[in-house]
Design a protein around this ligand. Structure first.
Ligand code: SAH
Length: 347
């Protein structure tokens, strides 16, 4: 196992067999997990020191045309409370976030049909005009290349679009009535052509996912070389078809984060909210597996509970934009601190 970790750390890649062995090794033996995580942390420190970048997450809308089996915002969930922020709401979030020190705003949402190019271009242009020095990240699902280009030209810089599952069958089983894995990948290719810094990623432990599937995910990430990678555990939401399934495992989630850090030393990797929700120590454990970004919630407080992609999603305290002091204090307990820089990808 030691030689696998060393090989991965030096050559930034491992074949399917090696990745499978390593993932299984971390589950079977905590020493393997520890070695992998320690190596990943060393790599992250060489790139980023002890600073952790923060991104202010603004959840634009809980309306969604998709029907992803795992997600509480799926259109078939009749019990979901829906909301949609106005441009003024979003500008107020940005104002608060900017004052708190955020220099990246992430506009995330369900695939809301009212988010036309025109509406988004107006919003993005306004943010860009008011805050010349911030990065604008979008996470609004699948759109046309033309749309991605317009939003880029309006001032967006980055786009998060997790590939969700690199295995076509698993992808199809989780996303009924979607346009399929090939379309998802085509969107990621389009984002690259438009000049975005791109984010890929997947959940760990979602129903039907095996270790071999995670190997496929890791190989796809290695092949596509995204600038950002988001990985978190699956968390059940009772009003979805996967509501009775167990949450994803901590070990495999941390192992996958650490492997991605070694594959892509320069990548921006969040310690995700799902990880912090899964375990009280999750956020720190993600950082101690090579993550270097945290995304506190900057949505208006009256809508936070409604953006319920899974239940009990952390959005208060250290997960809240208002909780930056508490977050920084928590990071200090492991010798880290918040880095307030905009934190673009540096090759
Ligand atoms: N509509 C956008 C944003 C989706 S929410 C898009 O399609 O990209 C961001 C991420 O949350 C998703 O990519 C998914 O991987 C994750 N997510 C959704 N439901 C989840 C759940 N039940 N548990 C854990 N993560 C979940």
């Amino acid at each position: 196992m030691k030689s696998l970790v060393e090989h991965l750390a030096c050559s930034h890649k491992l074949d399917a067999k090696g990745l499978g062995q390593l993932l299984r090794g971390t589950v079977a033996d905590t020493n393997v997990l520890q070695l992998l995580r320690d190596t990943a942390v060393r790599t992250a420190r060489e790139q980023f020191g002890l600073g952790i970048y923060i991104r202010g997450l603004i959840e634009l809308s809980s309306y969604c045309r998709c029907d992803c089996l795992y997600c509480g915002l799926r259109r078939s969930n009749r019990t979901a409370e829906r909301y949609r922020l106005s441009k003024e709401d979003v500008m107020a979030c940005c104002e608060e976030g900017y004052a708190l020190g955020f220099r990246t705003f992430v506009l995330q949402g369900g695939e809301d049909g009212t988010h036309t190019d025109k509406w988004l271009v107006e919003l993005i242009s306004k943010i860009r005009e008011r805050y010349a020095d911030v990065a604008i990240t979008l996470s609004l699902g699948e759109r046309s290349e033309e749309s991605y280009r317009k939003l880029k030209e309006a001032g967006a810089n980055r786009y998060l679009l997790r590939h969700e599952a690199a295995n076509g069958e698993l992808y199809a089983s989780l996303h009924p009535s979607s346009r399929g894995l090939q379309h998802r990948i085509a969107c990621l290719d389009a984002l690259h052509r438009c000049g975005y810094q791109r984010g890929m990623g997947m959940m760990i432990g979602v129903k039907g996912q095996t270790i071999d599937h995670i190997v496929e995910d890791l190989l796809l990430i290695e092949k596509m070389q995204p600038e950002m990678v988001g990985i978190g555990p699956f968390m059940p939401h009772s009003a979805t078809p996967l509501g009775m399934e167990p949450a994803g495992g901590l070990t495999l989630t941390l192992a996958a984060i650490a492997i991605v850090r070694l594959m892509l030393p320069h990548a921006l990797i969040p310690s995700t909210t799902a990880l912090a929700t899964l375990s009280p120590t999750g956020r720190l454990e993600g950082i101690l597996s090579g993550a270097n970004v945290v995304m506190p919630n900057l949505s208006p407080s009256n809508v936070r509970a409604k953006y319920s992609i899974y239940e009990n999603k952390a959005s208060w305290g250290k997960e809240a934009a208002e909780g930056l002091a508490a977050l920084d204090a928590e990071l200090q307990t492991i010798g880290y601190h918040i880095d307030y820089a905009r934190g673009d990808y540096k090759p």
